[in-house]
Design a protein around this ligand. Structure first.
Ligand code: DX5
Ligand code: ZN
Length: 216
């Protein structure tokens, strides 16, 4: 699969959101990654529906919505209505994950499941053939600009094995601490969707950095 780049809008300049979304529209970005934080599942609050709707109004790229919230089932339809194309929930936030995944698919969205750094890939064994995307957190979720956790490579190897064993057809997305210094190695380890917030938006030329991440 081609390498897909999903810049995280969390690191954009919210006072110039339209400008940053248009920059992404005109870049090699494949998806826009949208980090929703509730102050409960993670120790930070980001933004909600009005901001997602505003992004949707201006973007030509699919919205990849990463829900770092408890009880995501309560809001799935609202996220779909706000413009989500892909919806990823956290394994750790879902008591009835199979039901949640079905609800996402019933809305017509791509269903993703994310694992915190301490959550083993093996826990996906009975759900992986039902989902479209696995999001491996390579930092503890909650903030942009954190340091990449090296154990991610081992998790990608475990995930590759699980995919081979089950014949699952999933995107393998990694999120947190990505840069032009580790993206190639992550590709080789089996990832194919790459979230990048800080490395893109702190670059002198964000659009050029996106192209670099895609081709390096
Ligand atoms: C972390 C978020 C990430 C983050 C991206 O909780 O899920 O998407 O903003 O991380 P950086 O800024 O390290 O690329
Ligand atoms: Zn994210």
């Amino acid at each position: 699969m081609n390498r897909l780049i999903a810049p995280s809008i969390l690191s954009a300049d919210f006072a110039n959101l339209q400008r940053d979304v248009e920059m992404l529209n005109n870049s090699d970005a494949d998806w826009i990654h949208v980090d929703v934080m509730d102050g409960k599942f993670v120790p930070n609050i980001s933004f909600g529906f009005p901001v997602i709707k505003a992004i949707k109004q201006y973007t030509t790229k699919p919205l990849d919505v990463h829900l770092m919230i408890v009880e995501p089932d309560r809001y799935l339809k609202d996220f779909k209505d706000a413009g989500a194309d892909h919806i990823t929930v956290h394994y750790e936030a879902c008591v009835h994950l199979n039901r949640t995944v079905r609800a996402i698919k019933d809305l017509g969205c791509t269903a993703g499941v994310s694992l915190n750094p301490h959550t083993p890939v093996a826990l996906l064994a009975d759900i992986i053939t039902e989902i479209d995307l696995v999001l491996i957190m390579s930092v503890n979720p909650g903030f942009g600009g954190q340091k990449f956790i090296q154990n991610t490579y081992k998790k990608l190897t475990d995930l590759k094995q699980l995919i081979d064993d089950t014949g699952a057809d999933v995107y393998v997305e990694v999120d947190g601490g990505l840069s032009d210094g580790n993206i190639k190695q992550l590709s080789e380890a089996g990832a194919n969707v790459f979230v990048a917030g800080n490395s893109v938006f702190s670059a002198n030329d964000p659009s050029q950095m996106i192209s670099r991440l895609k081709s390096i």
